[in-house]
Design a protein around this ligand. Structure first.
Ligand SMILES: N[C@@H](CCC(=O)N[C@@H](CS)C(=O)NCC(=O)O)C(=O)O
Length: 204
């Protein structure tokens, strides 16, 4: 059976896990944190990055973009969680690109918070937070009553939910919440009715 290495607290790991669950691809989840379980993670991912997908033959693959491509290929074009072509595909790629660039800002905010107070720069925190918030406002403006693109659940929704929940839950709760981002909050409520999302909620 395939193994997915990384904790749900890692948004990139969570997006791979949500995808596997939505596509009914069986896997063993190795809940190893890149910061805490460094040596164990390196057994599967020499650079210590998560997520890593360990395939049935023991080979491993890092980076969620490639992992998702492999998973979509396994599931086949009918089930792939991306529109196949044209304007819907472009829209999904635009929104996904935003999500994939919000999340590293959240990770950087976390990394900054690990520094001793005397070595933290308020301007760095503010700059990272500003970029993440600008990013989140983009899907917020495009969210309607259903899923983001043609009301069909796609990678754009997965990454929007992952980014919103991490921001609202523990990285930027004063700025990112249901009051300031009501449509993204509602999108998350819809997602949380689905086991793939509800069973992968990150915990600090
Ligand atoms: N582009 C990568 C980013 C993965 C990433 O940055 N993962 C973080 C955890 S969220 C990590 O491995 N951090 C440990 C490190 O960079 O040493 C992906 O999409 O998988």
């Amino acid at each position: 059976m395939m193994k997915l290495v990384g904790p749900w607290l890692s948004g990139f790991t969570r997006r791979a896990g949500i995808t596997m669950k939505l596509l009914d691809i069986p896997f063993e989840h190795l809940n190893l944190n890149a910061y805490v379980n460094k040596e164990e993670v390196r057994r599967y991912s020499p650079m210590g990055k998560v997520p890593a997908l360990v395939l049935g033959n023991g080979e491993s693959l890092i980076d969620s973009a490639g992992i998702i491509e492999v998973l979509h290929e396994m599931a086949g074009p009918e089930k792939a969680l991306m529109p196949p072509s044209g304007a819907p595909r472009l829209k999904a790629l635009q929104l996904l690109g935003i999500g994939l660039n919000i999340y590293p800002k959240l990770t950087a905010l976390y990394d900054e918070s690990l520094r001793p107070k005397s070595h933290q720069l308020q301007s760095v925190f503010e700059g990272l937070a500003e970029q993440a918030i600008i990013g989140l406002k983009l899907p917020e403006a495009q969210t309607k009553d259903g899923w983001l693109v043609d009301n069909k659940l796609s990678q754009a929704d997965i990454m929007a939910v992952v980014c919103y929940q991490a921001s609202a839950g523990f990285v930027l709760p004063d700025h990112v919440n249901a009051k300031n981002f009501p449509r993204l909050a509602a999108l998350c409520e819809r997602a949380m009715k689905i086991d793939a999302f509800a069973s992968t909620v990150p915990h600090l």
